[in-house]
Write a new protein. Structure first.
Length: 364
């Protein structure tokens, strides 16, 4: 009887394992399909080139969302073995799509933001109260997530338990925040706990500050979220990052600098005080300017696209953007630069398109 029970337990565990197709760790073939899926999202600046790329191997297109928010859209794909893919569109040629990128002030990673008179998005993207994220991409994600949740829940009722989240460029940035949002919905019991999410951001820029990155990387451990970057692509290097003395953990030597300077004898204390000001004031002033121009001023343009949108009364006092998640680097070689020369500064997307990523991945 005991042996029979163990045998049944073993068979049951194997059934569960076979039903869960996704596994942790970077999978080249898996990302290859994600890149090809992302390349099929229409209306990106590189669409003509994308049609030359092959179709995904394991997935079939099933749904495309309406355009919402700041010219945002997403696709849904399914595989025969029960996996699904949420693919978020990147930047388009529309000015409002670029506005989502430039609206780059930070807001807390937990809070609420009014998108319209009938929709206030309450969100939690990190546990750390000092975590902050890019407000433009948060607005975009807020506009997309309702439709995404409907399709996820419908697929779940059909037996889907494995979902890959992906997006190229701006789509990758939004996918970072979407990953956090869905994971916290699971923690709160608002999504089934047995859905397994795996994330492949592609050419994704920096979505938030260091405390958001810590939270994201801890939450997606071990090996459930990646950002794949071409080492000569400029997009993963943005937004501009600015670190001030206020961007460190609570216990650090810089918070005591003024007190230590006061203890120094005259005139040494005056000299050190002057040096300290020269080192810290420029970055603090620059941070205020970033917040003014990339937050308050651009929010007026966002309201033109979303008339009922209410900008935050106050933005998070930081612009310390950092690269986030496990980074998979695609390193160009001589043959790459022969095909994609690094010489014409007017071709700003030459290293950012899915084509170069695909070529580098084949050699990875």
């Amino acid at each position: 009887m005991h042996k029979r029970f163990l045998l049944l337990l073993f068979l049951f565990s194997q059934t569960l394992l076979s039903a869960q197709k996704l596994q942790p760790g970077f999978d080249k073939a898996e990302y290859r399909d994600m890149l090809l899926i992302a390349a099929r999202v229409v209306d990106t600046p590189w669409t003509p080139e994308n049609v030359k790329l092959p179709m995904p191997r394991d997935f079939k297109f099933v749904y495309r969302s309406p355009t919402v928010g700041l010219d945002n859209k997403w696709d849904f794909w399914r595989s025969d073995d029960g996996r699904a893919v949420v693919s978020v569109r990147g930047t388009t040629l529309e000015p409002v799509s670029w506005l989502a990128n430039f609206y780059a002030a930070m807001v807390p990673a937990t809070g609420s933001i009014q998108i319209s008179n009938t929709f206030t998005f309450n969100y939690k993207l990190a546990e750390n109260p000092r975590a902050a994220v890019h407000v433009g991409w948060l607005v975009a994600m807020a506009c997309l997530q309702g439709d995404i949740l409907e399709k996820i829940n419908a697929a779940y009722r059909e037996g889907v338990r494995d979902i890959i989240l992906t997006g190229h460029s701006q789509g990758g940035a939004i996918t970072y925040l979407l990953t956090s949002h869905l994971c916290f919905l699971q923690k709160e019991g608002k999504l089934p706990h047995d859905i397994r999410f795996k994330t492949y951001c592609s050419a994704g820029p920096k979505p938030g500050n260091l405390y958001y990155a810590y939270d994201y990387e801890y939450m997606t451990r071990p090996g459930w979220a990646f950002n794949v970057v071409n080492a000569v692509d400029w997009v993963p290097e943005v937004p501009f990052s600015l670190q001030t003395v206020n961007d460190f953990n609570n216990i650090n030597p810089f918070i005591h600098a003024k007190a230590l300077i006061k203890k120094q004898g005259f005139p040494k204390n005056l000299v050190l005080k002057s040096v300290y000001r020269k080192m810290t004031k420029p970055s603090l002033k620059a941070q205020c300017r970033y917040q003014k121009y990339l937050g308050k001023m651009l929010s007026k343009e966002v309201k033109k696209a979303l008339p009922e949108f209410k900008p935050p009364k106050k933005y998070y006092d930081s612009n310390h953007y950092v690269r986030t998640g496990t980074i998979i680097v695609l390193q160009p070689d001589t043959a790459y630069f022969q095909k994609y020369p690094d010489t014409d500064a007017t071709k700003i997307f030459i290293h950012h398109m899915p084509g170069p990523y695909y070529d580098l991945l084949e050699k990875w």
